[in-house]
Design a protein around this ligand. Sequence first.
Ligand code: SDX
Length: 431
Amino acid sequence: MTESTRNATLSLDGQSWELPVHSPTAGPDVIDIRTLYGQSGLFTYDPGFTSTASCDSTITFIDGDKGELLHRGYPIDQLASKSHFLEVCYLLLYGELPSPAQLEDFESRVTNHTMLHEQMVNFFRGFRRDAHPMAIMVGVVGAMSAFYHDSTDISDPWQREVASIRLIAKMPTIAAWAYKYHIGQPFVYPRNDLDYASNFLRMCFAVPAEDYEVNPILSRAMDRIFTLHADHEQNASTSTVRLASSSGANPFACIAAGIACLWGPAHGGANQACLEMLREIGTVDKIPEYIARAKDKNDPFRLMGFGHRVYKNFDPRAKVMKQSADEVLDLLGVENNPTLQVAKELEAAALADPYFADKKLFPNVDFYSGIILEAMGFPTSMFTPIFALSRTVGWISQWKEQLADPQMKIGRPRQLYLGETERDYIDIENR
Ligand code: SDX
């Protein structure tokens, strides 16, 4: 971080304090309040962190007003159209686009780590068949700390590197096996002659009874979906991973915490909730009723896949996803998909409504992704596991960045206490 050249002055009750201001390479300036409590005895107050920068980072930049998303400076729409997921993984992890030799080496390392320890098969079998695949992923990823002891020492750069590769490589196998277990089909093992997205599709949809040919349209769409979900600055699940890591927890435990946080319907669970909402709406004529419900303060219903803490303009990922939805459904010959029709009409109706326009609520990454995933053959319960699979590289990149930060401290926020002041215990006979 550059040395501060300006100060902000905070004044209260006749006292004032100087706080350094830091300027970024892009985005808002920040007021450095690290010395505030020591100087003034005051806390700041920001539940939900709406005005708080929790760290400095060089990985991803979002401009919510412009609807801009950059990974190491490269715009997401260029990466989605010109790059592919493992190259984006390299970019997020190491900061630069790889040379051909670097990319070949990286892809080879990932490919050769896709298998799971065979003893983990028993771990899967401990779940009920109707367990949500996200419940299985949280459990299995957390359990990796018990299977891969040789990459849990975070003070060893080599072990950090191995854990990173293992997590990126094994997440598709874990997600696919969670799906297979859920539907009662045998596990399909990864193959080293398939690319990352094709491997995942085959592990999800192949059965021993017949050969499985990966449809190149589906693997390209799958790879693009992975890229669009790879990282997103300090969102809730990434912040969870950073907070867990700040205590020195091992990488598998930290990523399991991120998966747990992502599962919520306000975050990564929104893609499943969005498709279920579109199905519930069912037909275009029901849209006004649901728009009215979303606007009704007394109704907890919200348009899932709409709105965003940062984007107050279009989510650039939603734009790419919408184009991809049209392409994939067309190429798959899915004529007039009613869910896509409802989604497009719902988007148009919401964006024409002052409530959504005034609150700057636009479709986010979760609005169209479910339509593509459903057309590809995935049940809604697999939508968030696919989000978790994709976001693992973002969580790991941010985890590595934080561990390399010499200023890293354990995250320990304070509070505005509104409870009882001290009082004496009352014996039960006197209550
Ligand atoms: C992801 O942070 C990230 O980067 C996340 C993510 C990533 O890649 O990691 O982008 C992935 O999580 C995308 C978001 C997925 N969630 C949803 O689609 C769920 C529906 N959206 C909302 O719950 C909401 O928009 C959030 C949670 C996404 C954002 O919530 P905020 O920023 O805390 O905003 P808010 O709840 O304070 O809402 C502001 C106003 C409120 O009205 P008022 O109280 O001001 O009158 O807008 C309203 C809200 O009621 N509002 C909505 C709405 N979203 C916000 N009203 C109807 N429908 C909605 N979807």
